[in-house]
Ligand binder design. Structure first.
Ligand code: BES
Ligand code: ZN
Length: 455
């Protein structure tokens, strides 16, 4: 292992420049104009991964291909580690808000700024380079390795569940390692004990058949903008709880130990608020900020559009309004049930004269780790050696829906070890990743593969 770590240190400039090449490919999975780029990112990654010494295939799906790499040199009796990540990225919009172009990586203050630097190209690529270091010069690992990098994570992984079912045998593993999240804070690595799930909806309200003069019709014909605003407002109580009947029925009460663990973490709620320049905190009363983010469900408006939003004033009574609304879910909530409860709620609150349509977008189940014992210990040792600090257990408010499916289909526990930092601007302008973490994280992963192979 010492040699692998020395190799990684020696090759760090090249590793970094390869990372920048990878980040230059605009693999935006949501936009068909980038389909060619998304495919190019897959083939680029496959080629790079095969130079790490893995047998690699680019496998087709109905949309974006999956990169599958295998190294089985440890033998049939050794454990197998499945490494999962994604090479697709979110759209870079709004482009004007970036300090440097999103697909032209720039280093400022020790951070590389580029779309995908944190989520998730930078992090999946750390595994690729850790594997190169571990396997170079004829070295071997004590574990077999399977790498699965998909290109549809940011659009809800529509092809991945069928893919995992189809390749169940080849993907069989003792543990799934995923680096697609952040450390708890600078200098304090973490392992995740939970992820929230997601249920995402679109609401479309309409009244008259076209937009109308707001003087000639306003006051006598329903306004879908007002109606939809009232409908949205009805989703919360004044104390921040969600007002949809039955919504909390499946919400798990977390054990005292987890709650104590959360409250013992070094976290300043005012700093958290100040960092995003908000003047007040919001949410469900009776819970700390970390609890609100990690172990409590939420309902958020993600978009809202109606009427005239151009320059100046236009006196119009809109015919339509639309909103995107999503719920972050916690164990044991399920998107299908949330949909049914929401439908029932909408039937009660939609005013007369408003035709309301409910569409459902992709979602995912929440995840609660049952990883413990040896696996956790292996990861804690690897992180402590690389970062100098023992990791904490942390929750995560974001979602990685495939985690639950890996556990269900493959029966393999997941180990979530992220290397980004809070404030990394995932999905936002100026996404960044600390180059120091790129380097130390590669060291941590080399050690992790070694630790996972110990009897
Ligand atoms: N890498 C994120 C998940 C994440 C977000 C981890 C924030 C840690 C902090 C992942 O790529 C993501 O964005 N997931 C989506 C899921 C959705 C597209 C189904 C999310 O959380 O919105
Ligand atoms: Zn993401």
């Amino acid at each position: 292992m010492g040699d692998a770590l020395k190799y990684a240190t020696r090759e760090r400039a090249r590793f970094q420049s390869e990372l920048f090449d990878f980040l230059r490919i605009p693999s935006v999975s949501a936009k068909s104009e980038h389909d060619v780029d998304t495919r190019r990112a897959a083939t680029w990654l496959a080629e790079n991964l095969s130079r790490s010494g893995l047998d690699v295939e680019v496998l087709e799906t109905p949309k974006h291909p999956v990169v599958l790499g295998e190294w089985r040199g440890a033998g049939a009796d050794a454990p197998t580690v499945l490494i999962y990540g994604h090479y697709d990225v979110q759209p870079a919009d709004p482009l004007g808000e970036w300090s440097s172009p999103p697909f032209d990586p720039e280093v400022r203050d020790g951070k590389v700024f580029a779309r995908g630097s944190a989520d998730d190209k930078g992090q999946i690529f750390m595994h690729v380079k850790a594997l190169e270091a571990a396997l170079a010069d004829g070295r071997i690992l004590p574990v077999n390795i399977v790498v699965l990098a998909e290109g549809e994570e940011e659009i809800g992984s529509p092809s991945l569940v069928p893919f995992v079912e189809k390749y169940k045998q080849r993907l069989a593993a003792d543990v799934v390692v995923i680096s697609d999240s952040a450390m708890f804070q600078e200098g304090l690595p973490s392992l995740l004990f939970s992820l929230r799930g997601l249920a995402y909806f679109e609401l479309k309200a309409r009244a008259a058949k076209t937009d109308l003069h707001s003087g000639a019709y306003g006051g006598a014909i329903p306004n879908p903008g007002t109606a939809l605003a009232r409908i949205i407002a009805s989703f919360h109580e004044a104390d921040g709880r969600i007002a949809i009947k039955g919504f909390y029925d499946d919400v798990l009460e977390w054990d005292d130990q987890t709650r104590a663990q959360i409250s013992n973490l070094p976290f300043d709620e005012d700093d958290f608020r100040r960092n995003v320049e908000a003047t007040a905190l919001a949410g469900e009363s009776g819970w700390s900020v970390l609890e609100r983010l990690w172990i409590r469900p939420t309902c958020e408006v993600n978009g809202f559009l109606t009427g005239y939003t151009g320059e100046g004033a236009k006196t119009v009574l809109p015919a339509r309004a639309m909103a995107k609304v999503s719920f972050r879910l916690v164990p044991d909530q399920r998107p299908e049930r949330v949909r049914k409860l929401l439908q029932a709620h909408l039937a009660e609150v939609t005013p007369p004269g408003i035709e309301l349509e409910l569409l459902e977008h992709h979602g995912g189940l929440p995840w609660k780790s049952d990883v413990g014992g040896r696996l956790l210990e292996a990861a804690a040792t690897a992180l402590e050696e690389a970062f100098g600090t023992r990791p904490v257990l942390a929750g995560e408010g974001g979602s990685i829906p495939i985690v639950v499916e890996f556990e269900r289909i493959l029966g393999s526990p997941a180990l979530l070890v992220g290397f980004a930092l809070p404030g990394a601007n995932m999905h936002a302008p100026d996404e960044w990743f600390p180059l120091e973490h790129f380097e130390k994280g590669i060291g941590a992963l080399v050690r992790l593969y070694g630790e996972l192979g110990k009897k």
